[in-house]
Design a protein around this ligand. Structure first.
Ligand SMILES: O=P(O)(O)O[C@H]1O[C@H](CO)[C@@H](O)[C@H]1O
Ligand SMILES: [Mn+2]
Ligand SMILES: [Mn+2]
Length: 406
């Protein structure tokens, strides 16, 4: 028997998606552009980081090799490692959306082969009858926003009016999402959660992937800050995922960070929440300590996407990568014979790209474990190969999509 640790570095794409043009993302490359900025000295920030991107541990797990394989270009300023360990490759996404649930579900063996519903980018985003129903059911004086927006920008713009009027801030993006920002104390966190649950029911016929609660604190435009109490209300995955299959086989799935919410709590045995990549890594290490043979520890490292990718913050993204790279040694030290750790991502969010949305990209696969020989596994046609590899490693029956690269 064996254990598996699956880490999604949220939005850590490596470019090269064969269908990028269809998403207006031709040339987007999260790692490539971060490395380029770092090598040019354009991602230095006093007190945070300086110079070329330093990811020695991920490079030893094949990151530089797979970056070149995925996009054709070597990431600037990142030396080829002397030696590579483990299985390494890249994967293209077959799901139509470049969103978090599509990416994670496909990683877990369940691609999303239908189109999500989306809200209009022109004029008001939400249909008037939906807004009316939301206000009626939740006794609201109206809503603010009703547009595509970046979450931090919109609370700075409308947060004070929200506090005065009691109207929640409702917005969306190119993802299939209905996001609601509201003040944790003035509006109330419980009330925001109840509102999200009501909106989840009301939009179900529209095939929208997620409703997201975005609570914040502060009193003025320049002091507003989102808190760690974000909650995602997802629809159920279209088929049972790797997680369901593991639980069915009597295994324990340790879901760290956003994983529980992303899978609508299906196939999740233990939910471990933490705020911020460092705390997520601490929680992951604690889960590894308790995980038994046959178990999966599945972690989403959300900061890359939420704090740096969407915010188009290159130094911030680079520093977060460098910090996580160092902490891989903590995982390494806890690994036992039979353990397998896989690092990957769910989509891109190139911090140098136009706009503030995700980018269609290939993702890296770095799979490492004591006794696993180094081998390039090439470009995989679906992220589902990752889930199938975990399934094979943990000794459960194969699923309907993807193939193990073990
Ligand atoms: O700008 P913020 O609120 O961070 O929202 C981003 O996060 C959402 C969910 O990941 C995406 O759809 C994008 O809109
Ligand atoms: Mn994501
Ligand atoms: Mn995102």
């Amino acid at each position: 028997m064996a254990r598996a640790f699956l880490f999604v570095l949220d939005s850590f794409g490596i470019g090269g998606a064969p269908d990028a043009e269809r998403y207006n993302d031709l040339g987007a490359n999260t790692l490539g552009h971060i490395a380029e900025f770092c090598a040019a000295g354009a991602a230095d920030r006093a007190g945070l980081r300086k110079g070329p991107l330093k990811l020695p541990n991920m490079s030893a797990l094949g990151l530089v090799h797979v970056a070149r394989l995925a996009s054709g270009d070597l990431p600037a300023g990142m030396p080829m490692p002397e030696r590579v360990f483990g299985l390494h490759g890249a994967a293209s996404e077959v799901s139509r959306g470049k969103d978090t649930p599509s990416g994670h579900w496909e990683i877990a063996g369940t691609p999303v082969m239908f189109d999500w519903g989306y809200f209009s980018a022109e004029g008001e985003a939400f249909p008037p009858e939906l807004v009316e129903a939301i206000c009626r059911e939740n006794d609201l004086p109206g809503i603010l926003g009703n547009c595509h927006a970046s979450g931090t920008e919109i609370i700075a713009r409308l947060g004070e009016e929200h506090i005065r009027s009691g109207k929640p801030i409702c917005y969306t993006s190119t993802d299939s999402v209905f996001q609601i920002a509201a003040h944790e104390t003035h509006f109330g966190l419980d009330r925001l959660i109840a509102l999200c649950e009501s909106v989840r029911r009301l939009i179900d016929p529209l095939n929208i992937g997620r409703v997201i609660a975005r609570p914040f604190l502060g009193e003025t435009a320049d002091t507003f800050e989102r808190t760690g109490n974000r909650r995602d209300f997802s629809v159920l995955p279209p088929e049972p995922t790797l997680l369901d299959r593991l639980v069915e086989a009597g295994r324990t799935v340790h879901a760290v960070g956003k994983i529980g919410d992303i899978f609508a709590h299906q196939g999740v045995s233990r939910v471990i929440k933490a705020n911020g990549n460092e705390a997520l890594m601490d929680a992951t290490l604690a889960a590894i300590e308790t995980a038994q043979d046959g178990d999966l520890v599945f972690t989403n490292f959300v900061d890359f996407d939420m704090l740096y990718g969407h915010r188009r913050d290159v130094p911030g993204y680079a520093a977060a990568l460098e910090a996580l790279d160092k902490r891989l040694l903590d995982v390494h030290r806890r690994m036992k014979p039979g353990d397998l750790m896989i690092l990957t991502a769910d989509h891109g969010c190139d911090p140098t790209w136009r706009g503030t949305d995700h980018t269609r990209e290939r993702v890296p696969i770095m799979a490492y474990g004591p006794g696993i020989a180094a081998r390039m596994v090439g470009i995989r046609n679906t992220y589902a190969d990752i889930g199938e590899t975990v399934a094979a490693h943990l000794g459960i029956a194969p699923g309907r999509h993807g193939r193990s690269f073990l």
